[in-house]
Design a protein around this ligand. Structure first.
Ligand SMILES: Cc1ncc(COP(=O)(O)O)c(C=O)c1O
Ligand SMILES: N[C@@H](CCOP(=O)(O)O)C(=O)O
Length: 462
């Protein structure tokens, strides 16, 4: 399997190289040159298999023989043994045709664990084979950070630096990161927002001189391995509910767009998918682009679903690459215009996106209303991100007879603020985290400047 950049000006790489490179040197994101395809028979044969087995079958073509089968199986088994639910990502039925896919049974209670528990193990495997060390830099609006730290803290070969927006993540999210006091774990609170943090990380990939030759590694969904691991749960959920013999639909709380891009990829790979529904919070660039062809930056708003407080959506670039029929010149041109001024998509790519995706924006008041309503109707306490999905799924037509699968991306205990505002007492953290709020914290507050962050990384790494 070869991976190419969306900007078309970087060499094609194999899986290991793409994983260890992160952002392409031309600023683009790596995607497979051609996606693997599963036949109806192959999909049907996955139904009823354990999650780890489905993960192996789905991911093997992406890894392309670069890891021995036994080793890949062991890595996958170890990864999903860290999940507290036997099904790893259980489906919960809400109504005759609406389901929740619970992605929050991993160590840090959000969907990021599904991919980041794997990524840590894959990185360790490749770096150990090479006898190399690496430095991770990641940006988080709250969930990627803790999942990456949890996935990589035991990696001897890695130092990990996570940038979160100062005072813009929930207390539980912050403490899940800042109370990990391992020597190789470093948290930076940026005086800015998530977009600033992500821009600093991307700028650091573009100019790595500050690391004196040490490899810089991405844990954000820039890294193809993140998308690859997320494709698995779309296929697992789909075949559990009758695919390939019937279609399924997905609604996904979306922002940086790695999650739904994985769902879109699953559909490209043969899963029969009727609808892909984008749910946004008030930071609605994905919805505005689809609905009004308004591909423009607006001020980033602090919402009750803080992990989705993102304007510049990294993985949208991968989708644009396909929408523009893989014309990297057109993608480069569009993104350059977007950085400077409000932009618009050309007609044909926009129509392609509209044919594949529906979208809906959910504001804070509605999030609270949905948390209450969903609880009354189903007995499920939703986290505020999942609440955006629940509402978007209803609007998009959960109830049309095709199973609608709404992705439950986080556990409500991570977002007490929204849960309490909705009128509940809060949700209990698991026993393993019961003393989280009294643990010692360590983090550095830095201005949202590339030079300040790079200087900190350069002097702090081991
Ligand atoms: C809980 C939660 N829900 C939804 C999202 C949005 O996912 P994506 O960025 O993959 O679109 C995120 C973060 O990105 C998140 O942490
Ligand atoms: N919501 C994310 C933002 C980063 O997204 P990623 O999928 O690119 O890592 C977070 O919780 O940090």
């Amino acid at each position: 399997m070869r991976y190419i950049s969306t900007r078309g000006e970087a060499p094609a790489l194999n899986f290991e190289q793409a994983m260890l490179t992160g952002l392409a040197p031309d600023g683009g994101l790596y995607v497979p040159e051609t996606l693997p395809h599963f036949s109806r028979e192959e999909l049907a044969a996955m139904a009823g298999q354990p999650y780890s087995e489905i993960a192996f079958r789905v991911m093997k073509p992406f890894v392309g023989g670069e890891i021995e089968d036994d080793t890949l199986r062991r890595i996958i088994d170890d990864t999903y043994a860290t999940f507290k639910h036997e099904a790893v990502v259980p489906l919960k039925q809400l109504s005759h045709d609406h389901w929740l896919l619970e992605l929050f049974h991993g160590p840090t209670l959000a969907f990021k664990d599904v991919a980041l528990q794997l990524l840590g193990r894959l990185l360790d495997h490749f770096l150990a084979e090479r006898g190399e060390k690496g430095v991770i830099m990641g940006a988080t609006s709250g969930d990627t950070g803790s999942a990456a730290i949890e996935g990589c803290r035991h990696c001897d070969h890695l130092d990990i630096f996570i940038l979160h927006p100062y005072q813009r993540v929930s207390e539980v999210q912050r403490r899940q990161m800042t109370t990990v006091l391992a020597d190789n774990v470093h948290n930076i609170a940026i005086e800015g927002n998530f977009d600033d943090a992500q821009a600093i990380v991307k700028a650091s990939f573009a100019d790595q001189a500050f690391l004196d030759g040490t490899r810089l590694i991405a844990v954000n969904s820039i890294n193809w391995a993140r998308i690859m691991a997320q494709i698995v749960y779309y296929i697992a959920a789909g075949v559990a509910l009758g695919a390939p013999y019937r279609e399924v639909s997905f609604t996904v709380p979306s922002a940086n767009f790695g999650n739904l891009y994985a769902g879109y990829s699953a559909a490209q790979m043969g899963l029969p998918v009727k609808q892909l529904v984008i749910a946004t919070n008030a930071n609605d660039i994905l919805h505005r682009t689809l609905a009004d062809n308004d591909f423009s930056k607006r001020e980033l708003l602090a919402t009750l679903a803080p992990s989705m407080d993102i304007v510049v959506s990294s993985n949208f670039e991968r989708l644009l690459f396909d929408a523009y029929a893989r014309d990297s010149d057109a993608v480069r041109d569009l993104l350059a215009r977007f950085q400077q001024q409000p932009a618009a998509l050309a007609e044909a790519p926009l129509e392609r996106l509209r044919a594949r995706f529906a979208s809906h924006r959910v504001d804070d008041d509605t999030i609270l209303e949905v948390i209450r309503e969903a609880y009354q109707r189903t007995g499920e306490l939703l986290d505020p991100h999942t609440a955006t999905g629940y509402r978007a799924a209803e609007v998009a037509g959960a109830g049309d007879g095709t199973p609608m699968i709404t992705l439950a991306t986080a556990h409500p205990a991570k977002f007490e603020d929204a849960v309490v505002k909705a009128g509940f007492e809060g949700a209990a953290l698991p026993d393993s985290m019961s003393d989280l709020l009294s643990r010692e914290e360590r983090y550095e507050v830095l201005p949202a400047e590339v030079s300040a962050v790079q200087a900190f990384v350069a002097r702090t790494r081991r």
